[in-house]
Write a protein that binds this ligand. Structure first.
Ligand SMILES: Cc1ncc(C[n+]2csc(CCOP(=O)(O)OP(=O)(O)O)c2C)c(N)n1
Length: 551
């Protein structure tokens, strides 16, 4: 198994050992100069770190845990990796092969462990013999490189790990990513080109598929040729630099979708997260969808042209074939962005906190967002300048995922600073990982916004029911907590103090915990999605930036 990991390029492994893994772990010890082991303090952190590692680097993240409760503990991280389209290899032990499915009550046995792993992965296998381990691993890596990036899972009964067997240890066959389009794909490309060329106001909407396929240059070339704004989903942040005149967040997106006649959706689910509806309705808009996963082209979306393809060759071909016809000028795009920024700036103190963090972070620093008041606004307010420098929780919205994901990002990004924000509530899921941050001296700046509450839940309760329940927190003294783990600490009470603290943390080699004491903050939710959430009305979008009267 270890030879298979190494031959398939794994250099770092996030692992918590235990009896069913003992033989594998000893084999890892023997090759510890080839695979570094990172041992966090809870199994959920193994998969979160593997996810962060992938998201910061594009390299496969690998996690290994014992079966049953170990695997279940790792589940939230795996679910988040699945929702965020991350290449994560998940290896879990299994009970003795002769006992599977018999319910004898063997150590760590759970009913249908395979069903659990299958549900959180795009491909799953349980080793069928000792020699199948290596075969299955090679297959797992090919599956990781094929099609849509998502986790894969391998279960290994412990008696297979301790058996002696001969394996073929030759180098595995490398997987080939799809880089060419078929003749049929080219027919769809041509139909898309006809629509784009005839469009009065084309708009491009992109998700994580652009980042996964490294299609940034092709996206930019296409956008510039047709003068289309590029609206980025949360997973798609970084697809084009926010310094680019045509780059837009979801709020600015509203102002251009309002007037668009043709929208090209590339590498995005383009679906709302609360109801199974598209991110923007059909009706006035004609859609072209490009996605590597056919499942993301069907209802609730209604594409007129759909292309099942890797975004890189698809956008390259589109960019090559469309006519140059810049509809939205840089000045017109700037006026839309000014409008959106004006709305964002009204949400205080969140806007000032986000600005402070961005100003203090290096351009290549990695920002890991969370479900917290400042984090929500950051989804549209935090400018992202490069791919893989902004990480969100995907549609899982997994509270507490951020800090452990940041640790994995820091391992992968080797030396670059990672800034992780969290509420005091979400921090509770993973406080113990201060030990991991300190043990491996990971350059993570963790900002905990302490409002003493599950603030977002409290706000919803007050709005909907006029009363609150179960949302107040008994917090530790965060300074004592940091010191207990040997982690540097600073407390701040304002955005300017936070900016200074983040700057200072940049110079620190290891982790730093910053506690920002905050109070109740205004809701930013009316601004956050392409369409205002159900029951909320957003600000009036500006007039058509192309200066035309409404159709
Ligand atoms: C795994 C998980 N459990 C529960 C929730 C529900 N939830 C969303 S926000 C939130 C409160 C967050 O509080 P805190 O981290 O303190 O941030 P604040 O809103 O106060 O800024 C909760 C419990 C969730 N999103 N994910």
């Amino acid at each position: 198994m270890v030879d298979g990991l190494i031959k398939n390029g794994i250099k770092d492994l996030f692992l918590i050992p235990g009896i069913q893994l003992d033989w594998a772990v000893d084999a890892l010890r023997q090759r510890s100069d080839e695979v570094r082991l990172f041992i966090p303090r809870h199994e959920q952190t193994t998969t979160y770190m593997a996810d962060g590692y992938y998201r910061a680097t594009g390299r496969i993240g690998a996690a290994m845990v014992v079966p049953g409760p170990g695997a279940l503990n790792a589940g939230a991280g795996l679910a988040t990796a699945y929702a965020s389209n991350s290449k994560v290899l998940f290896v879990t032990g299994q009970i003795h092969s002769s006992g599977i499915g018999k319910g004898c009550g063997l150590l760590h046995e759970i009913k249908d462990q395979s069903g659990f792993v299958r549900g959180l992965t795009k491909w799953h296998h349980m080793a069928t013999s000792p020699s199948d381990i290596r075969v299955a691993l090679d297959k797992a890596f090919r599956e990781l490189e094929r099609g849509r990036p998502r986790p894969v899972g391998l279960e290994i009964p412990h008696d297979y790990l301790s058996a002696l067997t001969n394996v073929n240890s030759s180098a595995p066959e490398a997987a080939q990513p799809q880089t060419n389009l078929s003749a049929e794909d080219l027919v769809q490309v041509q139909r898309a080109v006809v629509l784009l060329d005839a469009a009065r106001f084309p708009v491009i909407y992109v998700g994580g598929g652009i980042v996964a396929s490294d299609a940034h240059a092709e996206l930019q070339r296409l956008a510039e040729k047709i003068g289309a704004p590029v609206v980025m989903s949360d997973n798609g942040r970084g697809a084009i630099s926010d310094n680019h005149p045509l780059a837009m967040n979801a709020l600015a997106g509203r102002a251009v979708f309002e007037h668009a006649d043709v929208v090209l959706v590339a590498g995005s689910r383009f679906a709302d997260v609360l109801t199974p509806t598209p991110s923007w309705p059909a009706g006035k808009v004609r859609y072209i969808h490009v996605n590597i996963d056919e499942a993301d082209l069907g209802p609730p979306r209604s594409p007129e042209v759909s292309l099942v393809a890797n975004a890189l060759p698809a956008l390259r071909e589109l960019a090559e074939r469309v006519e140059v016809n810049a509809r939205l000028s840089n000045e017109q795009a700037a006026s839309v962005k000014r409008w959106a920024q004006g709305q964002i700036d009204l949400v205080e103190p969140q806007a000032s906190y986000v600005r402070a963090i961005r100003k203090a972070m290096p351009e290549d620093g990695i920002f890991v967002n969370e479900l917290t008041q400042v984090g929500y606004l950051a989804r549209i307010a935090f400018p992202v300048y490069a791919p893989r420098t902004y990480i969100g929780p995907g549609y899982q919205g997994t509270l507490g995922y951020g800090f452990p994901v940041a640790l994995g990002a820091a391992v992968g990004a080797a030396g670059r600073r990672v800034v992780s924000v969290t509420g005091d509530g979400g921090f509770g899921w993973n406080m113990q990982e201060l030990a991991t941050a300190q043990r491996y001296r990971l350059p993570v700046t963790l900002i905990v916004f302490n409002d003493g509450h599950y603030g977002n839940v409290r706000a919803i309760q007050k709005r909907e029911f006029g009363a609150e329940v179960g949302v107040d927190l008994a917090n530790p003294d965060f300074e004592l907590l940091a010191r207990a783990f040997g982690v540097a600490f600073q407390a701040v009470g304002s955005p300017s103090q936070l900016e200074a603290a983040v700057r200072e943390a940049n110079t620190h080699p290891g982790p730093v915990l910053i506690e920002a004491k905050v109070g109740v903050m205004p809701s930013p939710w009316h601004l956050l999605r392409l369409q205002p959430m159900k029951g909320m009305s957003g600000p009036q979008a500006p007039a058509n930036p192309l200066g035309e009267t409404s159709r």
